[in-house]
Design a protein around this ligand. Structure first.
Ligand code: PEP
Ligand code: MG
Length: 754
């Protein structure tokens, strides 16, 4: 294969020449024609072509040196079609010695490109959107070097302004780079539930980079230094002012983020780009483009999230270079802003006026991302992983965000808007009616008390204890603080956190669950081997017993934090009584150890019943456990052998079905026989219809996401359990796939609010 013929990098002289042509006189088309000629010559390529994005997600060949001139404005490709379409779809460069052998190669006979074997192309990006593609081709199977790819990317930055101007497209086609203004329904993953209507605000540095090519690198390096200093100062101010009700985890998030601002590799790459002839802001944007390309390639969620933080910092630095400190100034933010972003760092979200924020839509994002944790704390619906949303929405486009269904609608039709607006006001009404129940007891019409508790995982969640006046925290998931730190938190840090949890809960009991990590919940500092079935792998109590050091530290912290108070601890994913007994033994050791320094007022140890095997040892289990809490999310996935995270499985089996009712009913009978408390803390407890079935089976303690307490309490207060037990018992033996309809009919017949 042929090597690059002695060409290694873009010269400052070339950049200046290109800049002068761009800024010079003449029609846009003429200027672009000259530019592709120069690039082809400089890069020793037989072909250089510029494709420009036009409406309808189409790329149009707008200028070429080397392909047939008659193909200009005739050849078009859809985004995603062929290699050029692929570069635009993925927003990343491609360099191929043998382009025709690539599976995505799409041949366009009118261009005469069959004689060119190698191809290198880069996206032309402006403000985070793909505006076109710049391509060079050679006859030989040329192996383009990384420096050449970098150089073409730098050149593409210089072209971006011209390409985005819409002056280049053929008159027969509608101009515009944002796709057709038609309604569009996109799906993603649920990050925070809720519904919102609003108008799009594209989250990006609202700074159009005016100067790309620098006169003097030293001046630019100095500008960079000043901007970095400004960035550090602003972050320090933000950290001291972050007022998320004083929640501890958010500080950790911001601190981890602050460390990135000092990352030498990141700043080093920006300096390097300045030395190659770019202005400081163009250099930052180039590194930002590189980060996005890397983001596409990284599978690991943790790493992707850290790259998101880096994207946030790049934006921030651009703002400082432009002389401003914050993102979109509040005056420009509509009253009903829906933020749309590739990704977002936690600090960036906090820059926006919370009163105007209705929802957030991200191309990236996962429920455990830093920004998600902050958004949840602010109670804003968020949908993540919405592919290409950023390039498909225009500023102030109307949008509907259905966080519960993970659906995003762009430019929705009037009827959809009306439907959702009704849903939003109905929700508001319902919330108001639940608020009225707040101080009323959770008791059925025939006087059966049902204990309603919340599931929590952040200090901030505890504020919701008051919303519905829940009895306590039935499940405190302890993993989040472990997941957002870069090292295992020591006993003192854990103790301080657990103490705050108990203090905020006041008199209400909190059931702490020991770490349920492993499987798909990865700790950044704890490596384990890849497993094909992580949900059934080395996780939860299995890790705890194999690495008792971590468990002991956590239990020690809990015992110390609960000095003088009641301490309730439960162990996740117990599969057999022996595991529970061993965990309990370690717990007792820690209690013994704390004896001199002061003990909790009372101690209770429970098992989460999430593995069906444990149900076959109930008498022995009730002999050693103080209580049992059913983790129905895991239990049901194992009962039906159906992955709880798989959308395809989501509707396959119904929790309201004879096998589940039989399984849970027997459990309830067994617990009642042993006189031991039995709770359920999976998702099903929070759905009024399912909660009604659980009450019919004999469950009296339920724990759920905080927003469910109101609806479930309304159901409880409208229920008479007299006939329910018998009715649910009758359903257990049916051969049906689901008994949901039968339960609904019961609710209707007896006026139960489900
Ligand atoms: C469950 O499995 O039902 C449960 C409550 O635990 P998690 O959802 O955290 O796995
Ligand atoms: Mg579980």
């Amino acid at each position: 294969m042929a090597q690059a013929p002695g060409w290694s990098g873009v010269s400052r002289q070339l950049l200046r020449r290109l800049r002068d042509i761009m800024a010079g006189a003449g029609a846009a088309q003429e200027r672009l024609d000259r530019v592709v000629k120069i690039i082809a010559a400089e890069m020793v390529a037989e072909v250089c072509s510029a494709y420009v994005r036009r409406a309808g997600d189409i790329l149009e060949l707008c200028a070429t040196e080397g392909l047939r001139p008659e193909a200009v404005h005739r050849t078009t490709l859809r985004i995603g079609e062929g290699l050029v379409g692929d570069i635009a779809a993925e927003a990343r460069p491609l360099a191929l010695a043998d382009a025709q052998a690539h599976p995505n190669f799409a041949y366009r006979p009118e261009t005469g490109e069959e004689i060119f074997h190698s191809l290198m192309g880069v996206p032309i990006l402006r403000e985070g959107r793909v505006q076109g593609v710049l391509v060079v081709q050679n006859r030989t199977q040329r192996q383009y070097t990384e420096e050449e790819v970098e150089a073409l990317e730098t050149i593409a930055m210089v072209l971006a302004e011209l390409v985005a101007s819409n002056e280049l497209l053929s008159r027969s086609t509608p101009a515009g780079g944002a796709g057709p203004a038609l309604p569009l329904r996109l799906t993603g993953v649920k990050i925070c539930g809720g519904i919102a209507l609003g108008r799009a605000v594209l989250h990006q540095p609202s700074i159009a980079i005016k100067r790309v090519v620098a006169e003097d690198p030293e001046t630019e390096l100095k500008r960079l230094r000043d901007a970095v200093q400004g960035l550090h100062d602003a972050l320090d101010t933000m950290m001291s002012a972050a007022d998320l009700s004083g929640a501890g985890e958010h500080r950790d998030v911001l601190e981890a983020y602050r460390m990135f601002a000092e990352d030498r590799g990141w700043l080093g790459r920006i300096r390097e780009a300045i030395r190659s002839g770019l202005t400081a802001e163009a250099a930052v944007q180039k590194v930002q483009n590189d980060t996005r390309v890397r983001m596409h390639q990284v599978e690991d969620d943790y790493l992707r999230e850290r790259l998101n933080d880096l994207e946030d910092l790049n934006n921030r630095l651009l703002q400082h270079l432009a002389g401003g400190g914050t993102a979109t100034p509040p005056a420009e933010l509509p009253e009903d802003a829906v933020l749309v972003a590739h990704s977002m760092g936690p600090a960036e979200l906090l820059d926006y006026d919370r009163k105007r924020l209705r929802a957030v839509v991200l191309e990236e994002g996962s429920p455990t991302a830093h920004v998600s944790i902050v958004a949840r704390a602010l109670d804003i619906p968020v949908v993540g992983r919405v592919k290409d949303v950023f390039s498909r929405v225009d500023p102030l486009d109307p949008m509907i965000i259905d966080g519960d269904m993970a659906v995003v609608m762009l430019r929705p039709a009037e009827e959809a808007k009306q439907t959702y607006a009704n849903a939003v006001s109905q929700r508001a009404e319902r919330r108001a009616s639940y608020a009225k129940l707040k101080d009323l007891p959770s008791i059925t019409k025939d006087g059966v008390a049902i204990s309603l508790n919340i599931n929590a995982g952040l200090l901030l969640d505890l504020a919701h204890l008051d919303d519905g006046n829940a009895e306590g925290v039935g499940l405190y998931r302890t993993e989040i603080p472990f997941m957002i730190r870069s090292a295992f938190p020591d006993v003192a840090a854990q103790e301080a956190l657990y103490r705050q949890v108990l203090e905020r809960a006041g008199d209400r009991p909190v059931t702490f669950r020991t770490l349920d990590v492993g499987g798909d919940k990865v700790l950044p500092y704890f490596t384990s081997e890849h497993e094909d079935n992580p949900a059934m792998g080395w996780r939860a109590i299995r890790i705890a017993l194999d690495r008792p050091f971590m468990l002991r530290q956590q239990l020690r912290a809990l015992v110390r934090a609960a000095k003088g108070r009641d301490l309730r601890v439960m162990f996740p994913l117990v599969a057999e009584v022996a595991e529970f007994a061993e965990a309990r033994r370690i717990f007792e050791l820690e209690i013994e150890r704390a004896r001199k320094k002061g003990l909790p007022r009372s101690v209770a140890a429970g098992a989460m019943l999430e593995v069906p095997a444990l149900a076959f040892q109930l008498p022995a289990l009730f002999g050693v456990a103080d209580f049992v809490s059913v983790g129905s999310n895991d239990l049901i996935q194992f009962l039906f052998a159906a992955d709880r995270g798989s959308p395809r499985m989501a509707e396959r089996y119904d929790v309201l079905s004879p096998p589940v009712l039989t399984f849970l009913g027997q459990l309830a009978e067994s617990a009642a026989g042993a006189g031991k408390p039995l709770a359920l803390c999976g998702e099903m407890a929070g759905n009024p219809l399912e909660a009604m079935a659980l009450i019919g089976l004999g469950f009296r303690i339920l724990s759920m996401a905080p927003p469910s307490v109101g609806p479930v309490k309304a159901m409880v207060r409208s229920l008479d359990t007299g006939r329910l037990g018998e009715f649910v018992r009758g359903l257990r033996q049916l051969p049906s796939h689901s008994v949901r309809e039968a339960m609904r009919t019961f609710a209707r017949d007896y006026n139960v609010l489900v």
